[in-house]
Design a protein around this ligand. Structure first.
Ligand code: SF4
Length: 171
């Protein structure tokens, strides 16, 4: 059975910077939860941050892969460089995914950690730009397929396709 790494806030856990969750109402997610497929993590808590915490964004000019490579930084709304904690959280997510054998992840769009296709712009003005967060970048480099919450049906099809794949013929 495929196990799926999932952002803890998508399960309603109150781990976001503002102390809230971001639970999604989804029959698919409910079924996966009942099947015991879900491996939940909040990378920012794993990286040592608390709740609540100041919001943070990837500084303009970089995205997740660049931050991982040392070519970008993440700053909180007070201007403090919090990159090290975000990197620690990304590495913790990769370790957990490997330990649990996850090949798929479902993460929260827009986050500097978990964003899949979009991240906030780095100006704390509410606007987003194309790009991935540091956790998504690290998981992709580790070979996982990463989906945002609004593409859960597509993820379900990918999981089903893998599990229904016939065994290769024996030689
Ligand atoms: S780091 Fe990920 S799991 Fe944690 S609050 Fe942010 S989006 Fe949710």
């Amino acid at each position: 059975m495929e196990r799926i790494l999932v952002s803890a806030c998508l399960l309603g856990q109150p781990v976001r910077y503002d102390g809230r969750g971001k639970g999604v109402a989804s029959d698919i997610l409910a079924r996966w939860r009942a099947e015991g497929r879900l491996v939940a993590i909040c990378p920012e808590l794993a990286g040592g941050f608390g709740v609540p915490r100041p919001p943070a964004e990837i500084a303009p000019g970089a995205a997740g892969a660049g931050v991982l490579a040392g070519d970008g930084v993440i700053r909180d709304s007070g201007g403090q460089d919090v990159t090290a904690g975000f990197l620690a959280g990304a590495h913790a997510a990769v370790r957990l995914a490997r330990a649990e054998g996850c090949r798929f992840a479902l993460l929260t769009e827009g986050s500097p950690s978990c964003g899949v296709e979009r991240v906030h712009g780095g100006y704390f003005d509410g606007r987003t730009r194309a790009g991935e967060g540091v956790v998504t970048a690290a998981l992709r480099q580790a070979g996982l397929e990463v989906f945002p919450q609004n593409r859960i049906a597509e993820l379900a099809r990918a999981v089903d396709a893998l599990e229904n794949r016939p065994n290769p013929p024996r030689s």
